[in-house]
Design a protein around this ligand. Structure first.
Ligand code: AHM
Ligand code: MG
Length: 340
């Protein structure tokens, strides 16, 4: 074999390793991202690693839910007046405990706490962040072994009182993501430059990267919506559903936003939760459900709207405010919008 052909087979081999066999954990992904910002203090990396640790703990509790006494109601209500499940409470405490020890966290806000929890007042040193989360999305599915998830959103802490500082539009998020505790545990995350996906390998206790620069399919004839509420949808949404059914659409809806949006991110389609008589402003929460999911979908090339407005442009007035949600493949969201 000549030197030249030796050389080219070596180059070919290296290319194969780089593009296909490059094994990366979430931790190494975070460090590599941090290195792209030479002045970085590492605060955001610490926060992401706290979220990674929390979600591994929650995943292990979810896996053992039927073996340990963590199913059913904890007998208390959260700020929305909804009954808290035991795992809701455990997931919330796990996130608060993991994030509480991290230097860069100024404020934490959760679906389960009425007020933001102030971890530390912003000081002159280093970057400070607000971390918002829904600790266990879709918790009504816990008792039946359905998929549940954790959703998170990270904002820079600007000046001011925590209750006000946290009220920033979704376009200001520096990172957002979710973890789906399904048949496997999947973490999907964006730092504002594309979407990456990781799967928890329980045998080594690490999230391994399985996709980078994830793109949502432009179109797919699937909608995800609670059609039990259809009689009280505004006429535009009802017209859309008529149109979709006349045009061969399928429907998929699990009652866990994380699971339904994950399916749409991977396979395409549209997720919608319109206003209803019971929830005239929509059911889903803007700051820790719609905003992070909206950022992920946009970063993957899709579209996220609240009726005709872009979700990420909504200026929040309160931490727990609700919003209409229509998000997914660009062409599918546009089909909904043209009926409104
Ligand atoms: P939760 O955060 O209290 O679990 O509520 C949010 C969930 C979403 O995951 C899901 O899309 C929606 O509520 C389901 O609501 P409905 O049962 O009205 O269809
Ligand atoms: Mg939720």
């Amino acid at each position: 074999m000549s030197n030249a052909s030796n050389h080219s087979s070596l180059a070919y081999h290296e290319l194969e390793i780089n593009s296909r066999d490059n094994l990366s954990t979430l931790q190494s992904h975070i460090l590599a991202e941090q290195q792209k910002h030479p002045g970085s203090t590492g605060s955001l990396s610490w926060i992401l690693s706290a979220i990674s640790l929390s979600t591994k703990v929650i995943a292990s509790k979810v896996r053992r839910a039927r073996l340990q006494d963590v199913l059913g109601s904890a007998g208390s209500e959260n700020v929305q007046g909804e009954t808290q499940q035991k795992l809701d409470v455990i997931a919330n405490e796990t996130l608060l405990r993991c994030l509480g020890g991290r230097g860069g966290v100024a404020v934490v806000a959760s679906e389960e706490n009425e007020q933001p929890v102030v971890i530390q007042r912003a000081s002159g040193h280093g970057e400070r962040y607000c971390v918002l989360f829904d600790p266990l999305d879709g918790s009504s599915n816990i008792d039946t072994c359905g998929g549940v998830g954790t959703i998170f959103s990270i904002l820079r802490y600007e000046d001011g009182e925590p209750e006000q500082a946290i009220l920033q539009p979704g376009s200001k998020q520096v990172a957002a993501g979710y973890v789906l505790y399904g048949s496997s545990t999947v973490l999907v995350m964006t730092l504002g430059q594309g979407v990456s996906m990781f799967v928890l390998d329980p045998t080594i206790g690490a999230f391994l990267r399985v996709a980078e620069s994830l793109r949502i399919p432009d179109t797919q004839k699937v909608y995800s919506c609670n059609e039990g509420n259809r009689p009280t949808f505004e006429p535009g949404y009802q017209k859309y559903l008529d149109w979709a059914q006349q045009n061969g659409y399928s429907t998929r809806y699990s009652g866990t936003m994380v699971a339904d949006v994950h399916r749409i991110l991977v396979k395409g389609g549209v997720f919608l939760y319109p206003p209803t008589k019971k929830a005239p402003d929509g059911k889903l929460r803007l700051m820790y459900e719609a905003n992070p999911m909206g950022m992920i979908i946009e970063q993957a090339g899709g579209k996220a709207c609240a009726g005709k407005q872009r979700i990420l442009d909504i200026a929040p007035k309160t931490l727990h405010q609700r919003t209409t949600v229509v998000l997914g493949s660009t062409a599918e969201v546009e089909h909904v919008l043209r009926h409104l």
